[in-house]
Design a protein around this ligand. Structure first.
Ligand code: PHE
Length: 351
């Protein structure tokens, strides 16, 4: 093997030993750089006579081309290896199942409210919604609950340190009863012409479900909870009608006839007489236990006046029930807080 063949073999071995592009560039410098071995050979040509220079030059060039070819081959090999490694590192397993988006579902309380709306809707009740931030007047005063009256403390109200444009104090409504007043006043205003002419006004029949707030928190109370107000005002709507409507609602809601209803005397400033409505199933896991499901009563004449109506001719009842409680009874949920934790393991059971 002559000296030039040895040089080519040495370069090939050096290039093969380089495992990174940086190593390879260093190895290249040793052969093709400014003072590399091939460069040195070419520089030495200058000292040769013309004929010898030609022959030697041609030989060195052959070697140089071989070194350059070896360099390029190794560069390509390293680049290919790097690409391969990168592809492996970023590999996607296209056989994995997709993550997708879960389909949403209705919260048990929303389901319950929809159910209440459907049942009362079938009995001719309208559905109304109103503000959760209320004025003092709507939450209390209009409901025959005068300022500084001790009955106001029946509700641990969240007062807001704000007044509305008319300078009235605001609160987070502690019940849906303000909706009696809002709905009845709007209804009375719509039929003011009839009322003035002494014509009978169409009956008010409405439910108003929504969020309510009180300073209260344990297994059966949450600071945010739901209520559904009911109001039926006509010429002669009585407790008998309340009993029928409410019993029929319970029958449809729980899909059973196997229960008793009891009206237990109670007090609310906005109704007189007032009653708590209890139900007891005659069979099933809750058999024989009286469960309180609503407050109710005949609307107080002062409240009917605040509706903008004459209490001599506009008589009826109101009730306020707890959809959260109804949902718990229907689904057998024993802790109210589960409903508002947002835990998907709980919520997915209803969808
Ligand atoms: N608003 C009452 C409460 O929150 C319930 C109620 C409504 C009672 C309507 C009578 C009539 O406890």
């Amino acid at each position: 093997m002559n000296e030039l063949d040895q040089l080519v073999t040495a370069a090939q071995a050096d290039f093969a030993a380089a495992t990174t592009p940086a190593d390879l560039e260093n190895a290249k410098a040793r052969y093709l750089g400014k003072s590399g071995r091939v460069t040195d050979l070419l520089k030495a040509l200058g000292a040769l006579p013309v004929e010898a220079k030609k022959a030697r030059g041609a030989e060195i060039n052959v070697a140089k081309v071989q070194v350059e070819a070896a360099l390029q081959a190794r560069r390509d090999a390293l680049a290919a290896a790097e690409l391969e490694a990168q592809l492996r590192a970023e590999a996607l397993d296209v056989t994995l199942p997709g993550r997708g988006r879960g389909t949403g579902g209705l919260h048990p309380v929303s389901r319950t409210i929809e159910r209440i709306e459907a049942i009362f809707g079938s009995m001719g009740f309208d559905v109304a919604e109103g503000p959760e931030i209320e004025t003092d007047w709507m939450s209390f005063t209009a409901l025959n609950n005068p300022e500084n009256h001790p009955a106001r403390s029946m509700q641990d109200t969240f007062y807001v340190d704000l007044k509305d444009a008319q300078g009235r104090w605001l609160n987070l409504r502690p019940h849906t009863s303000p909706m009696q007043v809002r709905y009845a006043r709007a209804h009375a205003a719509r039929h003011a012409g009839d009322i003035e002419q002494g014509k009978p006004m169409p009956e008010i029949r409405v439910i108003a479900p929504g969020r309510t707030y009180r300073v209260d928190s344990d297994a059966t109370h949450s600071p945010m909870f739901h209520q559904c107000e009911g109001l039926w005002i006509g010429r002669n709507v009585s407790f008998k009608d309340l009993k029928f409507v409410f019993s029929d609602f319970i029958r449809q809601f729980f899909e059973t006839d196997d229960f008793d209803v009891r009206f237990r005397p109670s007090f609310f400033p906005f109704t007189e007489p007032s009653a708590e409505i209890d139900i007891a199933f005659r069979s099933g896991p809750l058999a024989g236990r009286w469960l309180e499901v609503a407050g109710s009563g005949q609307v107080h004449p002062n409240v009917v006046r605040n509706y903008g109506l004459d209490p001599e001719t506009h008589i009826g009842f109101a009730f306020g029930m707890g959809p959260d409680r109804l949902a718990m009874l229907r689904y057998g949920i024993d802790d109210l807080r589960l409903m508002f934790d947002g835990d998907l393991r709980f919520l997915q059971q209803f969808n």
